[in-house]
Design a protein around this ligand. Sequence first.
Ligand code: NDP
Ligand code: 2IT
Length: 445
Amino acid sequence: MDSSLQVLFDQVVGRNPGEAEFHQAVAEVLESLGPVVTKHPEYTDAAVIQRLCEPERQIIFRVPWVDDRGDVQINRGFRVEFSSALGPYKGGLRFHPTVYLGIVKFLGFEQIFKNALTGLPIGGGKGGSDFDPKGRSDGEVMRFCQSFMTELYRHIGEYTDVPAGDIGVGGREIGYLFGQYKRITNRYESGMLTGKGLTWGGSQVRKEATGYGTVFFVEEMLKAAGESYDGKRVVVSGSGNVAIYAIEKITQLGGTVVAVSDSSGYVVEESGIDLATLKDVKEVERGRVGDYVARRPDARLGTSGSLWDVPTDIALPCATQNELDEAAAATLASNGCRIVAEGANMPTTSAAIRVLGDAGVLFAPGKAANAGGVATSALEMQQNASRDSWTFEHTERRLDEIMRGIHDRCLATADEYGLPGDYVAGANIAGFIHVADAMLALGLI
Ligand code: NDP
Ligand code: 2IT
């Protein structure tokens, strides 16, 4: 890291103790910005980087609710509003027992640059709770969401802050959250939340967008190397929203997904994961990968190691942060993997990224590769603002164009800074410059 940026990084660590994931996300961006601060002293003069590392506003609140046994439960809710230089704060809500301020801040920080890369008018934010929806009834999830929104509603709105889903927050949770906001405010303010159902203000393709977008991004990487998905083996970690729709699009484009996972283990099926069965198990029954194996005679449950041991041409980590470590990266590379693209946020450790780079494996960071979800959220906001709704085909075409634009912007920026083919540098620099220029224009805020 450039020595002046190292000083800033040390300040961030000192001001935000114990938030390892936030430190990691900041370090990964600052490691790319050396050539930018050399070329543009105006960013340093206006303390743009220090300002970006300090959220504009952080909200932490109590979420009391009553479970099915009649017992009172208390969770902690968060919304970190990081940057509104480019538009209203925009980013998902995560419900998972591991959520604490450091996770929300890493995600919110990443979101600033990701959203900037889309070229759409959205700032960066993130929120969530340490609530665990797993094993909870629909009634419990509803009561939790209603309590969560009873505090959150005063901080958000179509022109202020627009949440959406993330881990543990899908269509069901967005429905309960939207319903409670509508009830409290007496406003049918469609544009205050994205990921809504298609009959009440949602957009076609939003559900599919993150997975599809990641696959479109990789398609551009393959094209740049004169290749396609045809005949390629792909391993996708996770089996939630992002993973399922990545698998759907890979299969449509001629690739074969041979392994998926969840937090209980992984599944290998050499002839290709059966999407209809996976959707039934995961989307309808909220089951485990073991339930998938029980229905597919040729599938096997991985009992040792991890799904990164399965030989593959392309690896898409689509579950959670730091799920792909140095050893996994070395195994992927030695088994001939050519491309790793992050469907999840920061799933690859810093050491693993270095191993992949040294081995010549192409690597696409999440803030570029998984930006299709939030980009389609911005398209949902556009449709809400004009009280219109677009067809699936039109919306998917827009998503594809946006992903191609991000891919090309990353490569062009990497070239401009003398780092050809470096998607990490390209994404960090292009995203940073877009938001930094807006911050200069808006004065000291
Ligand atoms: P889901 O809740 O739908 O699915 C998450 C998947 O990841 C599940 O299979 C889950 O397994 C697995 N997983 C989660 N946490 C862990 C863990 N600690 N260890 C092992 N496996 C885990 O979430 P999404 O698919 O929406 O999100 C996946 C990733 O993509 C996240 O990093 C998210 O931030 C990112 N992302 C999501 C976007 C979206 O639009 N939804 C947009 C951009 C990025 P299990 O069910 O067993 O917990
Ligand atoms: O990480 C992400 O980009 C998301 N969870 C989606 C955010 C959004 O506002 O659609």
